[in-house]
Structure formats: C-alpha cells, structure tokens
Write a protein that binds this ligand. Sequence first.
Ligand SMILES: Cc1cc2nc3c(=O)[nH]c(=O)nc-3n(C[C@H](O)[C@H](O)[C@H](O)COP(=O)(O)OP(=O)(O)OC[C@H]3O[C@@H](n4cnc5c(N)ncnc54)[C@H](O)[C@@H]3O)c2cc1C
Length: 429
Amino acid sequence: MGNDYIDTFYRRTLTGDRRYPALGEAAVADVCIVGGGLAGLTTALELARRGRKVALLESRRIAWGASGRNGGFVCAGYSTGLENIERRSNAHDAETLIRLSMEGVEIVRNNIAGLRIADAAPTPGILKVLRHDGGDTLKRRRDSENARFGMRLEFLDSDQVRAQLVSKSYHQGLLDPDGFHFHPLNYARALAAEIIRLGGDIFEESAALSVERVQGGHEIATAGGRISARHVVFTGGGYTDGVAKRLKGSYLPIATYVLLTEPLGDLLQQTIRTKAAIGDDRRAGDYYRIVDGDRLLWGGRITTRTHDPRNLAAQLRKQMVGTYPQLKDVKVELAWSGLMSYARHLMPQIGRMRDGLWYATAFGGHGMNTTAIGGKVIAQAIAGESDRYRLFAPFGLDWNGGPFGRAAVQLTYWTYQAMDAWRERHNKA
Ligand SMILES: Cc1cc2nc3c(=O)[nH]c(=O)nc-3n(C[C@H](O)[C@H](O)[C@H](O)COP(=O)(O)OP(=O)(O)OC[C@H]3O[C@@H](n4cnc5c(N)ncnc54)[C@H](O)[C@@H]3O)c2cc1C
C-alpha cells in the first residue's frame, strides 16, 4: 500500500509486475544510485554495461515517479530552447547539447530494439502544432534545424494540419518523424530487468535516508540496511527529498496532469487522423496521443501546487473539449498527475558535487530523451571514458528561491497563459 503504482493507463497496461526486495542488510557496490526513475535506471544500466557493480535504491517502485506516468513523448530538445541555452553556454556547446539531446532519442530507440521491449510499443512521429497563424516562422525553424542538426522536420500548412486534426484551434505544424511515443513504464521495467541480468541489484521500498562520506567512498543508509559504495548518484527528480539537501534547494517540483478517455469509437476519425503524438506551441500547452486503439491520453497544465486539485479531470477535460468540441460527450475514465523537477534555468542539472558524489536531475517536461543522456554521461564520467557531463556545468545548482521561487514560477506561468491567449485571439506569431 502507499508505495505501489498510482492508477494510470500505464499501470493498467503493465506487462508483468516483478517486485524487487527491500534492502535488508549491508551490501557493497561500486556505485549506489538513489532514485529508480529513468535517470537512475539509465545510469545503472550504462554502468552495468561497463562492468560496474551497481545498487539502485528506490523509495517506492521502479519508475513510480514521473518516468512511469508521463505523456510518453520521446523527441530531441530540452525544456528550454537553443537561444536560452546559448545565453548561459556558448554557441558551440549549445549546438553540442542539442546533438546530445538527439543522441538521447537514439539511446531509448536502441534500448527498445536491442532489448526487444515490444511492450514499450514505440510509435513514430511527433507533431507540433501552432494555435496561431505563424507558418513563416515555422518554415524558418524547419530550415534552420534541418540544416544545423540534420533533423528531418516536415512543414505542414493549415490545410494539412486540419486534415489530420479536426480542430479550428490549429494552424500550421512541424512533424518530426524521428521522434516517437511509447509506454514509459514498460520500458523502464525492462531496463530494470536488464540491470539485474547484468549483475546489478535493485531495491524497491528502500528510501535512502542518509549519505555519509567514509574512507574510500560513501555509506548510504535505508531503514533496513546500508550500502557501501565508492560513488553515489542522486536521481530523485521531482521527488528529491532531504537526503540530498543541496539538490532539494535547487529545483522546483512542478505538477502536470494527464487524463484517459473512454474508447472514442467512430469519433476517432472525426477528431484525430494521425498516429503521431501531438503537442501545441504554448509554453504549457496540451500534449496528447491515441493509445489502446482509440482512447485519448491527454496531458496539459502545469502548476506549482503539488497536491492534486479535486477537479483535476474536469479542468483537463475542459481544455480537450475546447480544442475538440466534438468530444463534449466523451467520458473521462481516469486522471492522474505527476511531479517534474525544474531548475530556474530550465536545463537538466547534471554534474558532480564532490569526489564520488554525482547528480542527474531537473529534466523538466522533456525527460524521456534527456534522462537517457544524463545517465549516459554520468556513467561515462565514472568509468573515466569522457567528461561530456561538463557541458552542463553552466546550468548549475542555482538556489530555487524557496517559497518565493514557487510563487514566481506560478506567476510566470499565468503571465505566459495570458500571453498565449492574447496571441491566439489576435492570431499573431
Ligand atoms: C504527467 C507528466 C507528463 C510528462 N510527459 C512527458 C513526455 O511526454 N515526454 C518527456 O520527455 N517528458 C515528460 N515528462 C517529464 C518526464 O517524465 C521526467 O522529466 C522524467 O521522467 C524524470 O525522470 P527522473 O528519473 O529524473 O525522475 P522520476 O521518474 O520522478 O524518478 C525519481 C524517483 O526517485 C525516487 N526517489 C526520490 N527520493 C528518493 C530517495 N531518497 N531514495 C530512494 N528513491 C528516491 C522517487 O520515488 C522516484 O521514483 C512528463 C512528466 C509528467 C509528470
């Protein structure tokens, strides 16, 4: 109880449900990973593939947090754009970071193929659509990203978009055929099984309570046991707690919501005629896709309130029906929320606090590709293969501003919402 998966589409369609024991004794590892989301799992897997003995501690269940309950979009990029990245970094490193984010997509794709994770159900295509008329800007973006990064973005004019999405809310769009969407919980659990196959240890219901520096490394205590490890990697995402005090003070937990409709039946063809996943261009826009043949999995809204509102499903439903009035009678079967971890600079926080103490967190709303690179660059650093993790040095552990930080984020979001609404009403790019 309490520690099990919350009720989501992913839990309802989970294939197999292997449980891992709680830590009940003293254990030894080269690397102890604290947090069993996709950041922790990828770190552990990449290290296990390099012959390191890993022990992963998860407070609840594997991918219980954001990694097991998200929208399932996997595409290049970060929670912030190239311009913002360049501002803190430099033009060269910013380009390298974008390429790294593309590598993240390939890491996930290769894991699915290499480990034959059929129940991750990858489906190609991410379609980003505008809620205002802005085709010229979009064409320029396509040209620039295709030329600079070798992306293969395709421009869709309003008629092409509306042939696929039967909604008056949308104008032009960009299709990314290299992005895909998938079942993140089945994917995460398959990574866990592979870590075990490679000789790693996974402990569920085993929250790390303290991390102490000792001769030759660290000692990590849980309620039931202790792990001695040369290295520790914190990967607690939006659920990072007091065990990593410095990290806890440098991120903001932001909630976002998802709903699942009943089967749409014939309404599907009158609404969405693409298998691609869809997201709009607003700063906290809607993201949705068809799952299970003809159900809609619809996500949206962000808030700094970390407790679910009572009318969560109704709020999201209103947005869905606002975009597709033809869905006004469709029932919502399920709604849930999850916490993302955001840094003030909106980029992942990946680095080393001191010798042997690492972190990979703050992946925001773009974690499916970026947790993969976070895990990989940390594993490469620990294995002495590369120092690519230093690319993230300009995006450090800034103080999150405490309660004032939260208030500022919520205010910024409301301002964004107002600006988005204004832009839609005036149809401006
Ligand atoms: C509703 C929703 C929709 C989203 N949609 C998308 C999307 O479509 N595409 C995309 O790219 N991103 C999306 N995201 C963001 C993405 O899910 C996250 O960025 C990513 O999953 C973060 O992974 P993580 O491993 O850092 O954190 P999590 O997956 O949250 O994992 C952290 C884990 O650490 C554990 N933990 C914390 N403290 C301790 C401790 N002391 N000891 C042991 N364990 C601990 C927690 O229990 C948790 O399981 C979405 C997020 C949400 C919430």
